[in-house]
Design a protein around this ligand. Structure first.
Ligand SMILES: CC(=O)SCCNC(=O)CCNC(=O)[C@H](O)C(C)(C)COP(=O)(O)OP(=O)(O)OC[C@H]1O[C@@H](n2cnc3c(N)ncnc32)[C@H](O)[C@@H]1OP(=O)(O)O
Length: 629
């Protein structure tokens, strides 16, 4: 596959592109809206937007933040959360209508409606971020594009219409919300109302709600305090420019934050976490160096010559940015594991530190004092999180600083390899009747992505529905050049032929898949060797050990405590009862029954429909003849 499609299948890259679009959309909207409205109306618009953002943070009730925690315990948590979000949305909508009817205040009613839509959008977006990360990234890219397009149209075609711009603002959330819902609404979705669980959800969401509130306060506190301590608007303008630039660079840790949010909802992935931290930290430090070196021309280009005076603030703010990597990425672990108390206390201390230092330093150092307060507060938060993480997961410092050579070695082939998805590729050998059934199982279960089928009947390669059908002989010659990540499966019913090919592949160091039909029952204590197959409706009971490349065919029963060698075939409907021993290469014929505690020697064949009541030796053929009078 091409480099471009590899990149787009990479969650980090796609999240990076998405963030790029969001930032671009934000900048373009800000520029156009500023020029579209006069100063007074722009103030009114920005005020409403801020009320909506703060209202959304509060009225989300922390629900979107605790989703990974529930998802980790229960795969179907999606049903519960989407249903909850819906009910909450309708409740907010009814309240908005009541506000409209009672107050008849248009702006207030619009604000309330926008909050209702934004809350639902925030919740379904976060759920879909966990469920379908790539789709959600595409949805956000699309809604950002639509928003930029509509604002541009409004800018050129209309003038000073506050309601129109508010509707466009609302539409962005609405479009993203509808598409996220469509993406979540698959065949497994079921509307689920469980009041007891809803109660648990809201109770658990309380600390996350306070935490997100603190984060919001921490980002806004400085400007409010600067205003309160009567610093002039010119200097506040310079300060907020520095802060705005630093905020754009948070996009980098945010990329990793979102990808980790998705992964941590499944299991704690500390390797991926430290890898994300190293990548994020290195990128942020490089950006900070760039900004410190080229800060003045960048400020001049972006905001005009007046703003070059913001340079010292920019430098100070960028000293704080690397710490955000730790706060943001490690913070996702709390979403997934629910350790909110620690996160909350850490944030509370850093907010108090920020406010205290602001009050203490602004009188003597003005905006520089405020920037210094931010650096100290962000550094405290980031370092506390880092030390907690290091202690809990016993990670050395070198794993949480700059990228290592191994990372580069790992990432380079990942970007250029042939694989298209995170599901491993599978090559099946054999394309006869047995193989057709195996191919169906692979398609149905989705655990592997079938890429090639090798069989002698193909002289030349043919491609059908994205799968290559190729000559077996030819492929066996070039085994060593193959991608090490691909799994193999020998789908040949005949024990001897299966053995011969599996040996050749094993000698070339290939890995084999285990394939299990979703309707098979395999008791939890069963061990299954590589390359084995358990087909539809079959049963394998407790403490049984299946060797390598074993076939448990449709409806066969392999009872408890059975020791099974390699390359054994239990044909359809056969029943081998408890305590038996089945050595290598044995064929138990269709519908035959083996009574308990029997030993069957290597290479033996039990004929179809037979009942075996005694041990049989190696290389023997046994079948029950019908008694004829
Ligand atoms: C999805 C799938 O399809 S998986 C396929 C799984 N495959 C199976 O279950 C097949 C297992 N194979 C058998 O049962 C075979 O018949 C075998 C291996 C037992 C015997 O094969 P062969 O040695 O070729 O025997 P052959 O066909 O020559 O028959 C010899 C005699 O035994 C009889 N016989 C053969 N198999 C059986 C049997 N399973 N039960 C009773 N009698 C049998 C034949 O009727 C014949 O009798 P006759 O001499 O009176 O005419």
């Amino acid at each position: 596959m091409s480099f471009a499609s590899n990149m787009f299948n990479n969650a980090f890259f796609l999240t990076f592109v998405k963030k790029g679009f969001v930032v671009l959309n934000g900048i373009i909207s800000l520029m156009l809206v500023a020029r579209y409205f006069g100063p007074a109306m722009r103030g009114e618009y920005m005020f409403i937007v801020n009320v909506v953002i703060v209202g959304t943070t509060i009225l989300n009730l922390g629900i979107s933040l605790i989703y990974p925690h529930f998802r980790k315990q229960d795969k179907r948590a999606k049903n519960l959360f989407v249903s909850y979000s819906f009910l909450q949305f309708f409740l907010y909508l009814i309240i908005s209508m009541l506000i409209m009817i009672i107050t008849k205040n248009v702006v207030l009613s619009i604000t309330a409606m926008l909050i209702s839509v934004n809350v639902l959008n925030l919740q379904v977006t976060q759920i879909n971020l966990v469920e379908n990360l790539k789709q959600q990234s595409m949805i956000i890219i699309m809604s950002s594009l639509i928003n930029t397009g509509l604002i541009t149209l409004a800018f050129f075609l209309t003038s000073e219409n506050l309601y129109l711009i508010l509707i466009i603002f609302g539409l962005k959330s609405y479009v993203s919300m509808v598409f996220s819902l469509v993406s979540l609404w698959d065949k497994d979705f079921k509307f689920t109302i469980v009041p007891v669980k809803y109660k648990k959800m809201t109770a658990l969401a309380f600390l996350p709600l306070l935490t997100s509130f603190l984060i919001a306060i921490n980002y806004q506190a400085d400007i409010i305090i600067l205003k309160m301590m009567s610093v002039d608007f010119y200097h506040i303008g310079l300060y907020s420019t520095g802060v705005a630039l630093a905020e754009y660079s948070w996009m980098i840790p945010d990329i990793f934050k979102e990808v980790m949010f998705h992964h941590n909802a499944r299991k704690d992935d500390i390797k991926r976490m430290t890898f994300s931290i190293r990548l994020g930290f290195t990128a942020v430090v490089l950006v900070a160096i760039m900004v410190i070196v080229f800060g003045k021309p960048i400020l001049g280009f972006l905001f005009g010559a007046d703003f070059v005076a913001a340079y010292p603030i920019v430098v100070l703010m960028f000293l704080a940015v690397p710490f955000m990597v730790y706060t943001k990425i490690i913070g996702t672990l709390f979403s997934a594991n629910g350790g909110w108390r620690f996160y909350f206390i850490t944030l509370l201390i850093s907010v108090l530190l920020n406010i205290g230092l602001n009050v203490a330093l602004i009188p003597s150092f003005h905006i520089y004092g405020s920037a210094f307060a931010s650096v100290v507060s962000y550094a405290f938060c980031g370092m506390t999180m880092l030390f907690w993480f290091k202690r809990k997961y016993k990670v050395p410092f070198r794993d949480v600083l700059f990228v290592k050579w191994e990372d580069i070695r790992k990432v380079a082939p990942f970007l250029f390899r042939k694989k298209e998805s995170s599901v491993a590729s599978l090559i099946i050998i054999g394309d006869g009747g047995h193989s057709k059934m195996v191919q169906n199982i692979v398609r149905e279960s989705g655990t592997y992505r079938l890429t090639e089928v090798w069989d002698d009947k193909y002289r030349e390669s043919v491609a059908r529905e994205g799968i290559f059908y190729t000559s077996l002989d030819e492929k066996l010659q070039g085994l060593t050049q193959m991608d090490a990540d691909v799994a193999f499966f020998v789908a040949i019913g005949d024990n001897d032929i299966r053995k011969k090919i599996a040996r050749t592949l094993a000698l070339a160091g290939k890995k084999f898949a285990v394939i299990v039909h979703p309707t098979a029952f395999i008791e939890a204590t069963v061990e299954i060797g590589e390359g084995s197959l358990v087909m539809a409706g079959s049963i394998v009971q407790a403490n049984t050990v299946l060797g390598k490349h074993v076939i448990v065919n449709s409806g066969a029963t392999v009872e408890h405590d059975i020791s099974v060698g390699n390359f054994v075939h239990f044909a359809p409907g056969s029943v081998v009862t408890g305590g038996c021993t089945v050595e290598d290469n044995v064929l138990i014929g269709a519908g035959s029954v083996v009574v308990p505690n029997i030993s069957i020697g290597a290479n033996a064949v039990v004929g179809a429909g037979s009942t075996l009541t005694h041990n049989i030796e190696t290389n023997t053929l046994e079948y029950s003849r019908k008694k004829t009078e």
